[in-house]
Design a protein around this ligand. Sequence first.
Ligand code: NAD
Ligand code: MG
Length: 331
Amino acid sequence: MPTFPSFILSRRHMLASTTAALAASALPALSQDTTVKASSMEDPTTKYPQPPFQEQTQPFPGLAGKMTPKPDHGETSYKGSGRLAGRKALITGGDSGMGRAAAIAYAREGADVAINYLPDEEPDAKEVIALIEKEGRKGIALPGDLRDEAFCVKLVEDAAKALGGLDILVNNAGRQQQAQSLSDITTEAFDATMKTNIYAMFWLTKAALKHLQPGSSIIQTTSEQAYDPSENLVDYAITKAAGMSFTKSMAKQLGPKGIRVNGVAPGPVWTPLQVSGGATMEKLVEFGGDTPLGRPGQPAELASIYVQLADNGASFSTGQIYGAAGGSGQP
Ligand code: NAD
Ligand code: MG
């Protein structure tokens, strides 16, 4: 029989008795928790609508309020626990999709939130501002076109002024227009995609730097398209690879200053982007059906990632891309 040094044995005895004592003292709490745990089990394959979806199309940029089924941004489900209390966030594309899910979650975690969106998206934006204010937080609406450098600089200044500072920047706005052939992408369209998805990220981050103190967070919404680009999203996929690269180089540049830079890489998510030119009708009808979970994601399912990346709890995570693609992404 092998012999063990006495310190191992005594440590084992100590652990055994400590575990027993802990188990005994935790028993009442555990039995109280059991129902909560059982009722919170959710099967991710059936949690949300699966394809086929009904055919639908909207002019760009599209409204979440006009989609069928309506996306879930966590309006009735997201519960906060003070993780971002007192923080001040600017979220682009905060009216719908992932930006809206992040805005709702940030407000419920105790942050004041400014959102940017295009003027056509006012109906979606109004709902988001009302939801933020319902949490007793500041909700600041700052519409305007991010393809303009002067507007981007003003946006950051206006947000910082209205919020009394800025410590979270979420570069989330995006333009995605599918094109079957490179010949179908005009110079104007290519330029609009680059301006919205790359230049705005550069202009906004540059303008935000002077406001960001140690502990601040910058978050990009990139995409699985950065790693596995589709044949009909050539220009868009370039920009998502740029967002991933920007995240990693800026994390190195800003790490010594105590500012973290991370990204979120969604797979197929049910948002206006997809019904306003982002996907072909064939793809839309079967949207997300080819993921291992068999359905598209809903914006609400990514909210906790945006919270986690801004939260002090993730203080050693920078230069990272967090994926949420239903099993098929590769961030
Ligand atoms: P969305 O349509 O809800 O959000 C995109 C937002 O971009 C719009 O709401 C709009 O406010 C903003 N926007 C576009 N052009 C703009 C401009 N010129 N000026 C100001 N704002 C502008 O769709 P979403 O899917 O939530 O998109 C958010 C981000 O997620 C985008 O960066 C997108 O590339 C990325 N993404 C989406 C998916 C998906 O399947 N939905 C997958 C991977 C990545
Ligand atoms: Mg929108």
